[in-house]
Design a protein around this ligand. Structure first.
Ligand code: GLN
Ligand code: ZN
Length: 754
């Protein structure tokens, strides 16, 4: 009899209960006790859902009010010293202080969790970091779970992953902290042992990365030490293949491993061949990163021989924690009925596991009806005319080698562009959005609810655009934007107008803390039935003599921030989006919009976890961007924008995008980023952000002059632009105008000196 388990469940709640409870508490409306009560209720509801799915082991300790890396730090007493919090006395309120900052200390830094869109709080280590296990954080939920009669399997982020994911604040070698950290883990594990815990899932997702040799070498002694004190350890990997680490894993004294065979199916054969039979082999066969219904028929066929050989040493699970998918498809009452049969959210995925276990343990006949329904759904998806669009396929097949190349090289284009644009040195612009005011959001909500007719909504948006244009003229900006008032979100706005996408009502996924995103579902071939932005841009241009920049989201970012079909290579899907955006670019150009920005903030985050896969990604991602941009005349100026990124290691690929102008986020790094661009001799124009839009703080012009001087030291003036770090939608108008006024003062001052 094989067993089934789960690695983690979404915390936010089917109705985003945790989000709203957190925000009420932060606004001071609810006490900490009320929030804790909501958290407990959610956690228990989620356990019972998992119990109903018949799981043999249910994860405990995966729930976190803010972030699971942050809770791990509290569990180990590894709190950043600058907050001076005593771990033994720490409360949930302290977690929020670290996550959100206070009057004297900025918040801990947030970083992307591997290649997901989830952000964790990066641990901070220094020479003085100490550890002190605080098992109560885990023993409490454990007691709650047991009170419900559950077979609880505590989940812990492993010591090496925890160190790796942290930042050294004073140059301390993180590995040097391992011995002290291990004793804290040891204490924790003994506490679990004493409380009769049978299995502990210990997550070491970094094993799938290209780790330096000293980090790999640390595993053996570390786990030898831990295993001595511990219940049985299930070492969990996910998001990438750990096949290169197979021999190491075999040597570790762990009682089982978990492999993500959705992301890296090639691991299966490699491990089945010689994984010791007395140990557990846990296979992540249900996709924890995407929302497609599993093919149970195929899985049964594939797994039946393994189940026969391995019996109860074979465990099945989702590929990774279900944190990355929405909670429950049953809530989607408005979703297209056919498409709905193709999908599975967390609750449905657990049900798939349950069926798999039943089919494997009691024969396929025991789930004959479910298998038939599954087969039917898969056939419908495979053959649906809505999924495959022959015209799109043909267009992709017809792409010619030169289609992603501009007509002339940058120097020639730059002359043509400068001739008509006639911009001053250090031209000024913004990244696209202006404040999304409460009025704008209210108008959109009313329109969507049918309370405001389309013409009135249109008029309201035009009024906002007019306001933004007038303000930019008054400020004296050189290249204007329309302000994106009409956009709810930079991906959703395009997805809603492209064929091949559907949208959920409740498909929320936690991004960080109380923030959630609702990724569009890209299910079919992508095409653009009609222009998406042209009317708005043309209207905005009609209001001013100055050049109006058209504003589009790029193909890689649309891909990266959607749930993407799994029946076509990502590269192909991306090229389809690229051609749709190309159509829009050409329509904008035809309509007289001759400066066009194609945003790619997610370009860097799409990089694969293993370096060996980087080139292939950069190749198709770069080609997709160029396909979207390259159809225009030499004189049409293409901008791109990227943020939250470190580009150093991919600068050749960024340069190969061949955008005429790139605007990037640099102010938070004090222009450090720019050095790499200079060193690499980045050939085209650059707008390094001169102030941080993420903070309400308004830097004075002297500060911006300083940053610009730094930039001028490495980039020639005629290739340098002046702009904020990113879009201004989250700021209010007062902040925006004050900061932009300073930006223009700084620019004028520098121009006078050049
Ligand atoms: N054009 C977008 C904006 O200004 C870019 C947003 C982003 O980079 N994330 O809002
Ligand atoms: Zn940005």
């Amino acid at each position: 009899m094989i067993k089934i388990h789960n690695l983690g469940f979404p915390r936010i709640g089917a109705q985003r209960e945790l989000k709203f409870a957190l925000e009420r508490h932060w606004r001071g409306e609810d006490s900490l006790e009320t929030l804790e009560h909501t958290a407990r209720t959610l956690r228990q509801r989620h356990w019972l859902t998992q119990k109903a799915a018949g799981l043999d082991w249910i994860p405990v300790g995966d729930f976190a009010c803010y972030d699971h890396v942050l809770s791990t730090l509290f569990l180990l007493g590894a709190l950043p010293s600058r907050f001076a919090i005593d771990p033994a006395q720490a409360t949930l309120a302290d977690q929020f202080t670290l996550a959100r900052g206070n009057a004297s200390q900025p918040a801990m830094e947030m970083t992307k969790w591997f290649d997901t869109n989830y952000h964790y709080l990066a641990p901070e280590f220094d020479r003085h970091t100490t550890f002190a296990a605080q098992p109560r954080w885990l023993l409490e939920p454990l007691a709650e779970a047991r009170a419900l009669g559950l077979a609880a399997k505590p989940v812990l982020l492993g010591p090496l992953s925890l160190l790796w994911l942290g930042k050294s604040k004073d140059g301390v070698d993180r590995l040097s902290l391992l011995p002290a950290l291990l004793s804290a883990y040891g204490e924790l594990l003994s506490a679990l042992s004493i409380h009769g815990v049978d299995w502990v899932q210990i997550d070491e997702p970094i094993l799938g990365l290209d780790l330096p040799a000293d980090w790999l070498a640390a595993y053996q002694p570390a786990y030898t030490q831990l295993a001595a004190q511990a219940p049985r350890l299930l070492l969990a990997s996910y998001f990438a293949s750990v096949l290169p680490q197979r021999d190491l894993l075999k040597r570790l004294p762990v009682a089982g491993v978990h492999l993500d065979v959705v992301r890296a199916p090639e691991q299966l054969a490699g491990f089945v061949a010689d994984w010791p039979r007395e140990r557990v082999l846990s296979l992540g066969v249900i996709d924890g990163r995407n929302i497609w219904r599993a093919d149970l028929n195929a899985l049964l066929t594939q797994l039946a021989p393994l189940a026969a050989q391995w019996g109860e040493q074979l465990w099945l699970a989702p590929s990774c924690s279900l944190l990355h998918v929405p909670v429950d498809l049953a809530q989607e009452t408005e979703l297209d009925a056919e498409v709905k049969t193709w999908l599975a959210f967390a609750v449905q995925k657990l049900n798939e596991l349950k069926l798999l276990a039943r089919g494997l343990n009691h024969g396929a006949d025991s789930i004959a009806n479910e298998l038939a329904a599954c087969r039917h759904a898969h056939n419908s998806r495979r053959t649906s005319p809505r999924v495959v669009n022959p015209a799109v396929r043909q267009r992709l097949a017809d792409i010619r080698p030169g289609d992603d190349q501009r007509r002339s090289a940058y120097p020639q284009r730059a002359r043509a562009q400068h001739d008509w644009l006639q911009l001053p040195l250090l031209p000024t612009t913004t990244i696209g959005s202006f404040p999304q005011t409460a009025d704008i959001r209210a108008a959109r909500a009313a329109w969507r609810a049918g309370k405001l007719d389309a013409a009135s909504y249109d008029a309201a948006m035009r009024a906002e655009i007019t306001l933004a244009v007038r303000k930019q003229e008054a400020l004296g900006l050189d290249v204007l934007v329309h302000g994106e008032a009409e956009r709810n979100d930079m991906v959703e706005y395009f997805g809603e107008q492209l064929d091949g996408f559907v949208f959920t009502r409740h498909g929320w996924v936690q991004s960080y803390g109380s923030r959630c995103v609702k990724p569009p579902v890209l299910f079919g071939d992508v095409s653009r039935p009609q222009p998406m932005t042209v009317a708005w841009s043309v209207f905005a241009q009609s209001l001013t003599e100055r050049p109006m920049k058209g504003m589009l989201t790029g193909p890689v970012t649309i891909l990266q921030w959607s749930f993407v079909r799994d029946d076509l290579a990502r590269a192909e899907v991306c090229r389809q989006i690229a051609l749709a955006i190309r159509d829009e670019v050409l329509d904008l150009e035809n309509a007289g919009i001759r400066v066009i920005q194609i945003d790619e903030p997610a370009f860097r985050e799409g990089l694969p976890l293993k370096r060996a896969d980087w080139d292939a990604y950069l190749d198709w991602a770069g080609q997709s961007f160029r396909l979207s941009a390259a159809g225009v005349d030499d004189a049409t100026q293409i901008h791109t924008h990227m943020c939250y990124s470190e580009f150093n290691d991919i600068l050749p690929a960024i340069a190969a995008l061949d955008a005429d102008v790139i605007t990037i986020e640099t102010s938070r790094s004090d222009m450090e980023l720019l050095d790499a661009f200079a060193e690499f001799a980045y050939p085209n124009e650059i707008g390094p952000g001169v102030y941080d839009i993420h903070s309400p703080r308004i830097p004075d012009s002297a500060e911006m002059v300083k940053l610009l001087n730094k930039a001028l030291a490495v980039i020639p003036a005629r290739r340098l632009w002046v702009n904020p770090d990113c879009g201004l939608k989250t700021r209010n108008w007062a902040e925006t105008e004050a900061a932009l006024t300073n930006m223009l003062t700084a620019t004028r001052q520098l121009r006078a000196q050049l």
